[in-house]
Design a protein around this ligand. Structure first.
Ligand code: GAL
Length: 473
């Protein structure tokens, strides 16, 4: 039996996102967002055509969430603001005071419990009114986002000191604007992901500068962006082609955002080269990957005060085997990730349990992006529906993962400052609806009061948080 101690003042958290838990989709003047629209369109876009209309009911049952947080003994709680609850049409032209009141209550109560809020400004739920004007395909959205960010800093920044601008721009851009399986459901392969991500990066950078220029001195907080990444291993470690594919896999996902923001203000050279060559061959006069001007590069470079990593899984990578017709992100990247048959699958098909991948990824981020302070802002393991409360298998995955985090800290000297489990509660898992359960707390969606019950994992996680140590056999 090992007793493994975490560094002093390690941040212990759990994460949620507004659309996934709040419900109250049209309550008290909230404006529509793209997930309201997407789920209401039906057509099997989402498992069983489920919606986040009610979800965990956190808009009214937020005190129940606080009880869960208290039971876990968390030092931090990551949640997101619903942009259209605060600003129904996305702009500061009209402010929904009821929305402001809701988040004020939540933030004040967290602080009264000594829980530090880590607040995401946009977790996949763009206001529909902005989407109607082009959404993230439009540069204008970056400007409107900057105004929204300023509004949030000035409204909540006296108490919120840790900010994330945008959650997982890779997933948001690729699933929302390239293959359309997430809201807003735009299918523009080869164009949509690059265009929308371009505007997200600019939006992030503008929001960071707004904080830095107008708020930082007084509020003394930090601003970052949450980047998701798999770890990638070459399928055959002796194959040069597989190693190159692996490199592209990282460059087209993690570096796509981390390179501009943490390194030099620009996209990775290999992305620029691959996409411009293909674009030329397709007869286009300009690359499908938009370019940043020199002024924009200067604006984007260095716009994160810490590194937020969302890690779920690992892939064995090789060159893309299926030839795709027409332009696409995947054929530009020219790589594909495969699950090792030996890896255990959690309750959702894409999530193979690979704790050591996180350690490798942490060391890679340290070496590649200037040894930043890192918060693991999401990591977790789903159960399929119906779940079991005695989820000992899941707790085993958490234990193994936390042991790898400790190795990263102690042996690899990675500056990991915190760990946030995804998720506090079972919730609306995007296009998988309520069929996939990531919660530390079970939510009974069949009962109108949506009761929360701790899984075994919650009880064990609370012990780790309390002792700041992992007792691991
Ligand atoms: C992330 C996302 C979360 C959650 C999680 C589990 O991509 O940020 O909202 O859904 O995946 O799939």
């Amino acid at each position: 039996m090992d007793r493994l101690t975490f560094p002093d003042s390690f941040a212990w958290g759990a994460s949620t996102a507004a659309y996934q838990i709040e419900g109250g989709w049209d309550a008290d003047g909230k404006g529509l967002n793209i997930w309201d629209t997407f789920t209401h369109q039906g057509g099997d876009r989402v498992f069983k055509n489920q919606t986040g209309d009610v979800a965990c009911g956190s808009y009214t049952l937020w005190e129940e969430d606080l009880k869960c947080i208290k039971q876990l003994g968390l030092t931090h709680y990551r949640f997101s603001l619903s942009w259209s609850r605060l600003l129904p049409d996305g702009t500061t032209g009209f402010i929904n005071q009821k929305g402001v009141d809701y988040y004020n209550k939540l933030i004040d109560s967290l602080l009264a419990m000594n829980v530090i809020p880590l607040v995401t400004l946009c977790h996949f739920d763009t206001p529909q009114a902005l989407e109607d004007q082009g959404g993230w395909n439009s540069e204008k959205t970056a400007e409107v986002f900057e105004q929204y960010a300023k509004f949030c800093y000035s409204t909540f920044g006296d108490r919120v000191k840790l900010w994330i601008t945008i959650n997982e721009p890779y997933v948001f851009a690729k699933l929302g604007y390239e293959n359309g399986i997430f809201a807003p459901g735009k299918k523009e392969p080869g164009f949509g992901a690059y265009r929308s991500a371009h505007n997200m990066i600019k939006a992030h950078a503008k929001a960071w500068h707004a904080y830095n220029t107008f708020f930082k001195e007084k509020q003394k907080g930090l601003v970052s962006i949450a980047l998701d990444s798999d770890w990638a291993e070459p399928l055959d470690p002796n194959s040069v082609d597989d190693k190159d594919a692996c490199d592209r896999y990282h460059k087209f996902r993690l570096h796509w955002f981390a390179n501009p923001i943490f390194v030099d203000g620009d996209y990775p050279a290999i992305m620029k080269l691959k996409i411009s060559r293909k674009s030329k061959a397709e007869g286009l006069t300009t690359s499908r990957l938009p370019e940043f001007s020199d002024e924009e590069k200067n604006m984007i470079k260095g716009t994160a005060d810490f590194f937020c990593l969302n890690y779920y899984t690992t892939r064995n990578v090789r060159p893309l085997s299926i030839k795709q017709s027409g332009p696409s992100f995947d054929s530009d990247m020219g790589a594909e990730g495969i699950k090792d048959p030996d890896w255990i699958e959690s309750g959702v098909e894409w999530l193979a349990v690979v704790p050591w991948g996180l350690r490798k990824l942490l060391a890679y981020i340290k070496d590649t992006f200037g040894d930043p302070n890192i918060y693991i802002t999401e990591n977790g393991f789903a159960q399929s529906d119906p779940p079991v409360l005695q989820d000992t298998h899941r707790w085993g995955y958490f234990q193994e993962t936390l042991a790898e985090v400790l190795k990263a800290i102690r042996q690899d000297e990675v500056k990991v400052k915190g760990y946030f489990a995804w998720s506090l509660l079972d919730n609306f898992e995007w296009n998988s609806g309520y069929g996939v359960r990531f919660g530390l707390f079970h939510v009974d969606f069949n009962q109108s009061n949506l009761p929360r019950t701790p899984y075994f994992s919650a009880i064990e996680y609370a012990k780790v948080v309390k002792g700041n140590e992992l007792i691991y056999k």
